[in-house]
Ligand binder design. Sequence first.
Ligand SMILES: NC(=O)c1ccc[n+]([C@@H]2O[C@H](COP(=O)([O-])OP(=O)(O)OC[C@H]3O[C@@H](n4cnc5c(N)ncnc54)[C@H](OP(=O)(O)O)[C@@H]3O)[C@@H](O)[C@H]2O)c1
Length: 273
Amino acid sequence: MVSICIGFHVALDLARRGARVILACRCPVRGAAARDQIRVQSGNQQVLLRLLDLSSMESVRDFAQKIQQEEPELHLLVNNAGVSAFPKKMTSDGFDYTFATNHIGPFLLTSLLLDLLKSSSPSRVVILASSFHSRGVVDFSHFRGENLQHEAAQVYNNTKLHNVLWSNELSRRLQGTGVAVNCVHPGIVMTDVMRHNPLRNRIIFNLLGFFFFKRPEEGAVAPLYCAVSQEMNGVSGKYIDSDCSLTLPCSQAQDLHLAREGYETCLRLTSNL
Ligand SMILES: NC(=O)c1ccc[n+]([C@@H]2O[C@H](COP(=O)([O-])OP(=O)(O)OC[C@H]3O[C@@H](n4cnc5c(N)ncnc54)[C@H](OP(=O)(O)O)[C@@H]3O)[C@@H](O)[C@H]2O)c1
């Protein structure tokens, strides 16, 4: 079922607003199902599917090249995809799989699309972070899977802390370009995000989720607020909470030095891939 993830509902809402929406999905079957469902539910035929596996830098470059060739304008990039508690695995580019998917792939993708976003300004970049970033630790050797504890969701938390640092630094670098960058915590949302977690954690999440957590369409509200609301015109470098309020991330996520170092490290690691 494709409609139980936040990204589906973000895309559906954008399509209902009449946007030309490109779904960037790694699985052609699930991607086509999502595209068809969104076309039917929105009545908008300008919903397209392009394949993208964020864990592969080759796939990221192929996707970005296609977008540059096919799209004269790009007004919004939503970095939504993410994995949690994925078993320890290295990618062929030499990155930890969770870091590649949650942080390095989105970093490279956004970097490659920056010129298009700038020439289409005003434009926005939205990064799906998480309140769990506050439990993260920063160690840049983690990108390569070194010194990385694969315990439950710790790697996920680390990647989400990097997401917030990256959002801040990217926003700083894009000042004056008309490209706004913000990151958002969508809330605790009943999706498939726990699919790689231990069975016990999944059962607890699903039981609690059934009664207390947001539904996927509710989880799309704060990301959509960042993406399209008038109130966010000209707002950049902020952390938006699930109730759409501007709030402060944890103190480590506000560290400018760490943010710059993380950005430079990602640039260096992706430059020849
Ligand atoms: N749910 C929550 O409570 C919660 C809380 C805070 C933050 N978030 C964040 O919100 C975002 C969306 O999460 P969700 O809850 O909707 O999770 P989800 O249901 O697991 O959806 C994640 C999406 O990411 C895609 N994806 C995973 N790996 C990919 C890759 N290598 N390349 C391209 N796409 C890939 C998945 O595609 P497939 O269909 O192919 O698997 C899926 O569509 C994530 O960044 C997550 O960290 C979620």
